[in-house]
Design a protein around this ligand. Sequence first.
Ligand SMILES: [Zn+2]
Length: 324
Amino acid sequence: MSNPYLHTEKQNLHEKVEELIKEQTSNWPLAKRNYSDLKKIESKSFGFQHCQIQVQFNPERIRSSAAKVDAKSISERPCFLCESNRPPEQNYIDLGDKYSIRINPFPIFEKHLTISLNQHVPQEIEPYFVDMLEISQLLPAFTIFYNGPKCGASAPDHFHFQAVGKNQLPVERELKNTTDIDDPTVINKDEITIQYKNSNYLRKVLVYKSSSKEKLKSYFKRTLSILKERDQDGEPMMNVLANFEENEWNLFLFPRDLQRPSQYFEKGEKQLVMSPASVEMGGLVILPREEDFEKITSNDLADIYKQVTINDLDFKKLIEKLKR
Ligand SMILES: [Zn+2]
């Protein structure tokens, strides 16, 4: 199947990606070590009434969790997504002539890709939303995700997506069936269904299902413009996940209120180094410090999600406006 927008052959691309992963995890020493270490990484699971939260102790992710993403720090460091700063061992494959696919040398999952635009332009989803849909269709074994510039992107100055194996995040499994969702009829017309999960899920999420790219684009745009009404300083804070299954897209949108929880800025005992991004909103919390992995409790998790997700009132307003 040829993709009309990115001009890429699906069959071919899937094989190329698999080859890239194999080649890089054999020949690039940094990737080889980190992907191999992933096998012995510790994790545990916390059960809540309506969801599971997994916690992973992953020391290599400290550079992402504790990344300085203020404008000054960003402008003073070489951009690691720009071709000229790429380590010589890091290979890539072309996705059309617009994007490059590389493996992430600091993985969370055994398949973890970074898909970056070939131009150094800031992280902003609206102009690239359709690309996200097309990439998930071209790579149906993967879930594609987007972290907003203030929601976990460690390169907010260079547009990129990431991709991990499909259905590995709790949210993808838990919200697969419409019966698992609070209100199955938020919007159910025009070839699109938009449902939501409210506070009994720790964080709030909108789930869009459709086989129409145009409908998804139009409702995503509408959601953004509603969110912009309360958050006019740049792009509304959010994380987005997309996958393609049985001829339709599943899109998970997590509107946010806060970049990092108060625990991140504490000192000593009370500190928890965690920077919630798409993976965390999807139900997998990455902790780079062993002490945090040992001490974190279900109360901490509930509190952290409550801080970073959109507040109850604004979410209620969003749903009401979407229903109109
Ligand atoms: Zn760059």
